[in-house]
Design a binder for this molecule. Structure first.
Ligand code: NAP
Length: 485
């Protein structure tokens, strides 16, 4: 049964290629479900490899002219789009809640966060600069200029359907790149609504092309290997990222990879414990735990561990688990049955190895994919969830007694995206921030995502940065011109 929603009804369900909305070859469609009910929400076009190629052709054909537009024009388009997203916050929030599951209040938070990337990069579009200098030996003058990289392929995940798109599309528009965007099959509606909005503000045909497909590997590989593509930017799992890096090698593409995480969250003995619990709730429960920045391993000093665990369990146990459209909902469903099975298997494994369940610990609800907010203590170091992303509402606590020991444990992972710690000792704050092998460190705060800051990881969490002054450089090439006088 298809549940009706005016927000969903208003979304174009076709492919957006060269400024035209069109059906997929042979009229194929893919089904989008609501994870809170398990019911069908909508059907959108299911692109074939030929549709994907048509999208790349449109992007490649539009590149030259788009690169010649005035920076102010590109900035103004982004500014208008930012304003329209803000005006339509309720609509975008509803779409995200329906297709992805996050509670409406959080979905509105993502609209603000996602829209901010357009505002930030509208301001950056007019600040692209170069350099002029005299060669050290005199005579020659050295001129450097920044030019758009060219047609860019963007692949985004389902967990932040709007923001993972705007933080790629924003800098690409600002820099003068055209693009082919492929959102996740679970959450295509938000990206299609964004494409409609960008069309409405006057983005020229072919600059943005959106393809939705159930055959992402088959459709994207030929595009990535095509010589007209000049850049690939991907947000998703490390496993898929590795595959795409290999495919990118053929054309030696510029590549940005925002991959998986395994964030440590450390509470030192001198921390403000109430603030640390608040921070842990945000770092753990934002997006139902389905965030690459989610606190995956909680290390709490042994002298404050009982107090921290009790307070955390009280907060987690008090959260309202319900369909995200319910105004009281604080924890929505996970994305699908596979996600539920993974979280449950990780909890069973931890318990089998000796962890104690303080609250939660199982699935809940009659329909949809709900899991109880869960707190585990005495997590053994060999539990699977110490190495794997939980991607669900499970806070697992380990204890420590020594700063060097906990920093070593925090760094003992292949990932290096987000990390957090709480302390009131200023010297320790600097020392530990320097010692953590992560692209991002939150000190006394549980949220670090900010459009004005460079978001990204090291090690198997990827490379490249999104947001901040660094974000636009990912879409620009440096050209050096030597001039003999
Ligand atoms: P995923 O399975 O890697 O999927 C991400 C995207 O890649 C989706 O659009 C997916 O399409 C597509 N894809 C899958 N296989 C592909 C292939 N062979 N070729 C081309 N595209 C392919 O990841 P996910 O489960 O959606 O997202 C969760 C992961 O993303 C987590 O590991 C999380 O940490 C990470 N993440 C990282 C960041 C960051 O900034 N570092 C932010 C958010 C999420 P389909 O939907 O069709 O499978």
């Amino acid at each position: 049964m298809v549940a009706s929603s005016a927000a969903v009804d208003g979304v174009a369900k076709q492919l957006f290629i060269g400024g035209q909305w069109r059906d997929a070859a042979e009229g194929r469609t893919l089904v989008v479900d609501n994870p809170a009910t398990g019911q069908e929400l909508a059907r959108v076009a299911d692109a074939s490899p030929a549709d994907g190629m048509a999208a790349l052709t449109a992007a490649a054909d539009a590149q030259k002219e788009w690169a010649r537009t005035d920076p102010r024009e590109r900035g103004e388009l982004l500014r208008k789009a930012f304003e329209l997203i803000t005006q339509r916050a309720d609509l975008f929030a509803e779409l995200m809640t329906l297709e992805m599951g996050k509670p409406l209040a959080e979905a509105k938070g993502e609209v603000t966060y996602g829209g901010e990337f357009f505002r930030w990069f509208s301001e950056e579009a007019v600040r692209i600069s170069g350099r002029y200098s005299v060669a050290p030996s005199g005579g020659t003058r050295l001129l450097t200029m920044k030019q758009p990289v060219g047609p860019t392929v963007m692949i985004t995940p389902w967990n932040f359907p709007l923001a993972m798109g705007t933080r790629k599309i924003g800098p690409a528009i600002a820099a003068g790149c055209t693009m082919v965007v492929k959102p996740a099959a679970e959450t295509p509606l938000t990206m299609l609504a964004l494409a409609q909005l960008l069309e409405e503000v006057g983005l020229p045909a072919g600059v943005l092309n959106v393809i939705t497909t159930s055959a992402s590997g088959e459709v994207m590989e030929p595009i990535i290997r095509d010589p007209r593509t000049r850049k690939l930017t991907f947000t998703g799992s490390t496993a898929v990222g590795r595959k795409l890096i290999e495919q990118s090698a053929q054309q030696v593409l510029r590549v940005s990879m925002e991959l998986g995480g395994n964030a440590p969250f450390i509470v030192f003995e001198d921390a403000d414990i109430d603030a640390a619990v608040e921070g842990a709730m945000l770092a753990k429960m934002r997006n139902i735990g389905e965030a690459c920045t989610a606190a995956n391993r909680l290390y709490v000093h042994a002298s404050v561990a009982d107090e921290f665990a009790d307070k955390m369990a009280a907060k987690m146990g008090g959260l309202v688990v319900a369909d995200g459209m319910d105004p009281d909902s604080q924890v929505g469903p996970l994305i699908n049955q596979k996600a539920i099975d993974k979280v449950d298997a990780l909890v069973r494994d931890a318990v089998d190895r000796g962890a104690q369940v303080v609250t939660g610990g199982s699935t809940t609800g009659e329909a949809g994919f709900f899991y109880e907010p869960t707190v585990l203590t005495n997590l053994p170091a060999d539990a699977d969830m110490v190495r794997e992303e939980i991607f669900g509402p499970v806070a697992a606590i380990q204890t420590f007694t020594d700063e060097d020991e906990v920093v070593a444990k925090a760094n003992d992972t292949e990932y290096g995206l987000a990390s957090y710690f709480f302390t009131r000792d200023f010297s320790r704050a600097i020392r530990v921030a320097e010692a953590l092998d992560y692209g991002m460190v939150g000190v006394n705060q549980g949220i670090i995502s900010n459009p004005a800051a460079p978001f990204g990881g090291v090690k198997a969490s990827g490379f490249g940065r999104e947001g901040g002054f660094e974000g636009i450089d990912e879409y620009l090439e440096d050209k050096y011109v030597g001039i003999k006088l």
